[in-house]
Design a protein around this ligand. Structure first.
Ligand SMILES: Cc1ncc(C[n+]2csc(CCOP(=O)(O)OP(=O)(O)O)c2C)c(N)n1
Ligand SMILES: [Mg+2]
Length: 343
């Protein structure tokens, strides 16, 4: 059994939220969870093809970071585990579901599928099948913001970029090269590690010489934080600080979110390698249950209100499925369309 990393004492007090912010964060996490549960159902009913990687358990990271940014203006770069990042960015559930069904109405016009979600209006730079592939893309996006602002004099070019990737990916070269460049050029970027302890069936502690990933920031002279990735307010607090620093021209931040995926690596993974005890310990930290309890304890919402949100989201997800079913397949005569930007 993999030894459990001691849960650290986190540096920041939880961010204070208003009732409206709290409900917005709750809604976003519930959307991520319900959408993914529905994906599993549709996958096993043969509606989706290829690999489908779900995000259940990690919702506080997507919501905590992306909802601390300016959706539609700031850039987000994801991985193959990208559906929930897309939803937090504001890509409509209909367009994400249709993409997973390979339909022409999908956000990537049915050309991408699960691992290649993309949305120009929502500044979603992509899901990427290769691990680490998005890190240089995100670094480039951050570079262009800074270049437009400082070299071309565009004062509106103050966008921040967030690059999401897993623990396993931090052993790849792109991670180190991009951290170096981002620190050197003080790029406006958040490197967000979703440390869910596993890279498919490889335990993080067995694959890396220094399992505390946030410490790797220090060799680049960059701030590095570890945060409870099951606590949306803790993630949000750290993300807000990092976004403010990036926007002020003070450069990048590495944020290591300690989290866990509640399902197997992909829907094709029987998930037999992780121990029952480990899974149960992390299930008890479910970020949605934790935040629901917080909202009611703080009198920001009551149970019927939260149930009403869940009901609304359930219908959003059902509607997305119906939309995907009713949508047309891409037209084979348009196979070469959308290969170049001018299309
Ligand atoms: C360059 C490259 N090498 C290997 C793979 C095969 N692969 C797919 S997922 C994965 C593990 C990644 O784990 P992690 O970064 O922790 O992300 P998680 O799946 O846990 O979110 C690997 C090695 C790949 N997709 N790309
Ligand atoms: Mg991982």
């Amino acid at each position: 059994m993999v030894q459990e990393r001691a849960f650290p004492t986190f540096q920041t007090a939880p961010a204070q939220v208003t009732r409206a912010e709290g409900l917005m964060l709750y809604q976003d996490m519930v959307l991520g969870r319900f959408f993914e549960d529905k994906c599993a159902e549709m996958y096993y009913r043969g509606k989706m093809f290829g690999f489908v990687h779900l995000y259940n358990g990690q919702e506080a990271v997507s919501t905590g970071v992306i909802r601390a940014m300016r959706p539609g203006e700031d850039y987000v770069c994801s991985t193959y585990r990208d559906h929930v990042h897309a939803l937090s960015c504001g890509v409509p559930a209909r367009e994400v579901m249709a993409e997973l069904f390979g339909k022409a109405t999908g956000c990537s016009k049915g050309r991408g599928g699960s691992m290649h979600l993309f949305s120009e209006p929502h500044r979603l730079l992509g899901g990427f099948a290769f691990i680490g592939e998005g890190i240089p893309v995100a670094t480039g996006a951050a570079f262009q913001s800074k270049y437009r602002r400082e070299v071309m004099g565009d004062e509106n070019a103050d966008q921040v970029t967030a690059a999401f990737f897993g623990d396993g990916t931090t052993n790849n070269g792109q991670f180190f090269e991009c951290l170096n460049m981002a620190a050197l050029w003080k790029l406006p970027i958040l490197f967000v590690v979703e440390n869910n302890k596993w890279a498919i069936g490889m335990a993080h502690d067995r694959a890396t010489s220094q399992p505390e990933i946030y410490k790797k920031a220090s060799v680049f002279g960059m701030p590095g934080y570890e945060v409870d990735g099951m606590d949306v307010l803790a993630v949000r607090g750290i993300a807000q600080e990092a976004v403010a620093r990036a926007r002020a021209g003070e450069g990048p931040t590495l944020i290591e979110c300690l989290t866990y995926r509640f399902r197997g690596h992909s829907l094709a993974d029987p998930d037999e390698l992780r121990s029952k005890a480990e899974k149960e310990a992390w299930l008890a930290r479910d970020p949605i249950k934790k935040f629901s309890a917080y909202l009611t304890e703080q009198n920001l919402a009551d149970q019927p209100e939260l149930k009403a949100i869940e009901k609304t989201i359930q219908s959003v997800v059902e509607d997305a499925v119906q939309f995907a079913i009713d949508s047309p397949e891409p037209d084979p005569s348009e196979l070469y369309k959308y290969i170049f930007a001018e299309d």
